[in-house]
Unconditional design. Structure first.
Length: 143
């Protein structure tokens, strides 16, 4: 039995739209990560960037289940003494819902150059409009 391995030069990329309206943030992010990595393709190879482009719309209408809206924080450090900054997710979802979705997807990708290349193919929009109609994106229907 032979194994088919994808090569960087032969990868074909499609464009997909994910609608986050009324769906849990983590589940939408997990679907996006699978599409960005290319794990839905039969020619998936872990060390080759064979994923597709993903557009997430209606990020402002994504749902955080349980008490995550009040108890979860986004924390980052400036590098200076006392430079820890934290933002509650209720404020983050109100002001920058795109950032919340991007953080969720980025946490599900590899922490290396491959993951950075995959993350570059993610586009997130707070509302239903996007500017990638020329690429003819197809809605992702498989759940």
């Amino acid at each position: 039995m032979s194994t088919t391995l994808a090569k960087k030069e032969t990868v074909s990329r499609a464009w997909y739209i994910l609608d986050a309206a009324g769906k849990p943030l983590g589940r939408t992010a997990a679907k996006a990560a699978v599409l960005l990595r290319g794990k839905h393709k039969p020619t998936y190879t872990p060390n080759v960037d064979c994923g597709d482009h993903v557009i997430i719309i209606n990020a402002a209408e994504a749902v955080l289940t349980g008490n995550k809206l009040t108890e979860k924080y986004y924390r980052h450090h400036s590098g200076w003494i006392g430079g820890l900054k934290e933002v509650q997710y209720s404020r983050l979802m109100a002001q920058k819902p795109e950032k919340a979705v991007e953080l969720a997807v980025k946490g599900m990708l590899a922490k290396n150059k491959l993951g950075a290349d995959q993350f570059a193919r993610l586009r997130v929009y707070a509302g239903p409009e996007h500017k990638h109609a020329a690429q003819k994106p197809a809605p992702w229907t498989q759940d």
